[in-house]
Design a protein around this ligand. Structure first.
Ligand code: NAD
Length: 348
């Protein structure tokens, strides 16, 4: 662990000890201020084994109440099943712990509202794991937009293609509607969230359709595992986001942005401002989001930004509870639209 001795330390208690948790622990311990000092799991875990594995002392708890009662814990990191997120996040807020919360924040608008309200009422800060916002790919893409190289965007699409089948550990719970929710809630939210960051305007209304693959591999899913959402932004721009979790292909985050000065397609772009040949793409060198593996995800940069914001007593940039709620408001409107066969639905 490399801790900067000049800044504050944050002791983090992780709830849930599955795949995401192991990536979180490594990423938190690699920040300047954070260290995971406790893990809570309903499975009995061996504290000595965990401490040896993660290279620092870790206490273990089997009950969330006991972890929350530990006065040494400053931040709670929620990585368990989505259907438990609301109760765990609200309890953490009431215990005055700051919160790192895996996506989905929760699977209903009421639960998300409860989390945001509890955090505000108890003066704690939140970080939602929309870590793709901190990826090199979207940071470079955003910088290109901020430089004005594409002018004003009037169209954008960011799509998520990632087959989540039995080869993934989370398949065992993700197939149930209670925890998986929808194609957008379970995973496509990353692409929709990236689209909202890049377009930079709030959404007025959405129209969404959904279906599912005929493959027997995805048969256990209780909900539609492919959806496509059209977005109407408040500034008049339009967009599209597909959430496809029943595909059989490599992981692919597809990005196409179209503006008054040029276009961007994944890692290629053209800008009239650079006077290059419009008949050919120019190439950007950046690390692409091309893997569903959590050890490849930019959690460290995101958690560093969260702890830096806590040092200042401020909301974190890009993925605070307030910012992430905007994405979930769009998702809940999209899922409502899809449930009604594509009826245009206002975002509340
Ligand atoms: N932001 C991202 O890119 C990303 C990636 C993966 C998962 N997630 C999210 O993280 C959360 C957890 O997902 P995950 O992939 O870690 O799921 P997981 O199946 O590995 O773990 C989920 C829960 O099951 C428990 N668990 C794991 N193995 C168990 C076992 N053998 N017996 C009993 N319980 C066990 C874990 O403690 C955890 O509470 C979800 O909200 C998911 O959406 C986010």
């Amino acid at each position: 662990m490399k801790h900067d001795t000049t800044s504050k330390h944050y002791n983090v208690g992780t709830i849930g000890y599955g795949w995401a948790a192991t990536a979180h622990i490594a990423a938190i311990n690699a920040t300047n201020q954070g260290r995971v000092t406790a893990v809570c799991s309903s499975r009995p875990l061996d504290a000595a084994e965990l401490s040896a594995k993660h290279g620092s002392p870790i206490k273990t708890y089997e009950r969330v109440e006991d972890l929350l009662a530990d006065p040494a814990i400053d931040v709670v990191d929620i990585t368990g099943l989505p259907s438990l997120h609301r109760d765990q996040a609200v309890a953490a807020a009431k215990a005055k712990k700051h919160i790192i919360l895996e996506k989905p924040m929760a699977n209903s608008p009421e639960e998300v509202a409860d989390i945001v309200q509890a955090a505000a009422a108890n003066g704690v800060k939140g970080c939602v794991c929309f870590e793709c916002r901190f990826s090199n790919q979207f940071q470079v893409t955003k910088a290109l937009l901020d430089e004005g190289l594409l002018g004003t965007l009037h169209y954008g699409e960011v799509d998520y293609y990632h087959g989540i089948g039995p080869w993934y550990g989370q398949f065992r719970w993700n197939t149930a509607k209670k925890d998986g929710g929808s194609a957008l809630l379970t995973a496509g939210c990353h692409a929709l969230d990236a689209l909202l960051m890049l377009m930079g305007h709030d959404v007025e209304s959405v129209t969404s359709l959904s279906t599912k693959s005929a493959s027997t591999i995805f048969k256990p899913y209780e909900y539609d595992t492919s959806s496509v959402t059209l977005l109407h932004f408040k500034n008049g721009a339009i967009g599209k986001s597909a959430a496809i979790v029943d595909c059989l292909q490599p992981y692919y985050f597809h990005t196409h942005l179209v503006g008054s000065e040029g276009s961007l397609l994944d890692d290629k772009f053209h800008s009239m401002k650079l006077k290059a040949d419009k008949g050919h793409w120019s190439k950007l060198s950046m690390k692409m989001l091309d893997s569903g593996d959590v050890s490849d995800h930019p959690y460290q940069a995101q958690f560093q930004a969260f702890f830096d914001a806590l040092d200042k007593g401020a909301d974190m940039p890009l993925t605070s509870f307030k910012e992430a709620k905007k994405t979930f408001d769009v998702i809940f409107a999209a899922d409502k639209s899809a449930a009604q066969g594509g009826v245009p639905t206002k975002v509340s």
